[in-house]
Write a protein that binds this ligand. Structure first.
Ligand code: ZN
Length: 460
């Protein structure tokens, strides 16, 4: 039997060449996976002696590491992709909202499944969805992540501006129901969201944040993303986005604040004092922002922090690279800090720290006994990593999605060499291309810049 078959057994004793434990590669480990969890871990000979009935699966040239955690995504927005490239900020007004209005329930499902699949190919085993406006969107994501086998922190959006008191109390009831709806040992973990603080009243901000706090789940909000968002908040509410949350008494450990690129010293202190978490989105900054979150400073201060894609591209290794590079260019260079986090910081942010930011550190984020078996097998026997001197750094700067041989979630192999074993990904891709063309052609999308080809030859 080859590895593809033996790795699909219900109980596994794995013997990888290296295992990433607390961001440090360790040789000679044995790992037992049983009923979806890591049930034993230690020096191989000792683990084998405790499980004499199990035949070890030898994995030479392979690194076993935690799956990546994406702490900020929008799974139903995958039809847009390059339509938003090169465009000024506030893309949602000109592209996402017009496009969303032309998406059917089927489109939402296809879009979410495509996103989840792309993320998983890039090594993500958990994704936090920051919220979709419709009930159909929520159900679509639920269906999609269950089909793909992705772990998902799934938000219900709770905007109350312009609503009657009766509508508001109904919304609060639905929010509570959403939090109670999913079994604790499943793939879906509930969360509540308000897209931007000024989309809700102080009352709703307070209510939602406290519902999340009582349930120990994430309250997802876009905070201080770019100049446009800070100015809009100042004009409509007289306060910066983070100050709006503070004023509403809605700032606490439940908060998972996306972006936080424009942040004052006082705001950094508020985040630290309240135990709030940040999702650092370096690729989103590069593609559509005007600042980069001071992620290294945040981490050093003890602010809880994970990495997020914001739906830009579902590639964990490229996200690690972007996270380090953005800090080096914006903070490291000016103070001659050549190490900016020394490699391991970005691995932690993409796994264990990300799980903590998502309120899932009791579930995933590490290779540790008792946690769910969400992990990657990575081929380290490639020319890019030879000679290998310092794998922590090499994973951040040199590793590539194509090296991910297998992705496991809850102990079950979901992808082998980038492709699912139990559903038809090629058919999904073809359908997505067809359906996306229909939706995009119908939507009144307003692009400011020409396509790359038209920019190259403007007169043809
Ligand atoms: Zn976002």
């Amino acid at each position: 039997m080859n590895n593809l078959d033996v790795l699909q057994a219900n109980e596994l004793l794995l013997k990888p060449e290296l295992t990433l434990l607390d961001e440090i590669p360790q040789a000679g480990m044995g790992i037992v996976v049983r009923q979806g969890r890591f049930t034993d871990l230690g020096l191989f000979a000792e683990v084998q002696s405790r499980h004499p009935h199990l035949k070890a699966i030898e994995l030479p040239g392979r690194l076993l590491m935690p799956g990546f955690i994406d702490t900020h995504n929008h799974l139903t927005q995958s039809y847009g992709k390059a339509l938003a490239f090169g465009e000024p900020s506030e893309i949602f007004k000109r592209i996402w909202v017009p496009l969303e209005q032309h998406l059917t329930v089927e489109d939402l499902e296809i879009s979410a499944q495509l996103s989840a699949f792309e993320s998983m190919r890039g090594g993500f085993t958990t994704v936090c969805d920051a919220g979709t406006r419709s009930e159909a969107g929520l159900e679509a994501i639920e269906t999609a992540v269950n089909t793909v086998g992705m772990r998902c922190v799934l938000s219900k959006i709770c905007h109350d501006l312009g609503q009657s008191p009766a509508q508001t109390s109904e919304l609060e009831k639905q929010a509570s129901q959403h939090l109670a709806r999913y079994p604790s040992d499943g793939l879906i973990h509930p969360s509540l969201a308000i897209a931007i603080p000024e989309a809700a009243s102080d009352h709703m901000l307070h209510t939602v944040s406290h519902l999340c706090r009582e349930s120990g789940v994430a309250f997802q909000v876009h905070v201080n993303e770019h100049v446009a968002s800070v100015e809009r908040s100042l004009v409509t509410r007289g306060r910066r986005p983070l100050e709006v949350l503070q004023h509403a008494n809605a700032l606490g450990p439940e908060l998972l604040a996306a972006h936080v690129t424009l942040v004052t010293p006082n705001e950094l202190k508020m985040l630290k004092d309240k135990g709030s978490a940040v999702s650092y989105n370096p690729v989103a900054s590069s593609w559509k922002g005007n600042a980069v979150a001071p992620a290294l400073q945040m981490a050093t201060m003890g602010i809880r922090i994970g990495l997020g894609t914001d739906g830009t591209r579902g590639d964990g290794f490229r996200l690690l690279d972007a996270a380090e590079t953005a800090q080096r260019l914006t903070l490291g260079m000016s103070v001659a800090d050549f190490s900016v986090g020394a490699g391991w910081t970005w691995l932690a942010m993409a796994s264990a720290w990300g799980a903590d930011a998502a309120h899932l550190s009791h579930v995933t984020g590490k290779i540790a006994t008792g946690l769910q078996a969400d992990f990657l097998l990575v081929d380290i026997n490639v020319p890019e990593l030879k000679p290998s001197w310092d794998l922590g750094w090499e994973l951040v700067r040199l590793a590539n999605r194509s090296q991910i041989e297998a992705v496991f979630v809850q102990g079950k192999m979901r992808l082998w060499q980038g492709w699912p074993l139990d559903w038809d990904a090629k058919a999904l891709m073809q359908k997505a291309q067809e359906r996306a063309s229909i939706a995009v052609n119908a939507a009144p999308i307003q692009r400011i810049h020409p396509t790359s080809a038209n920019a190259r030859h403007p007169n043809t």
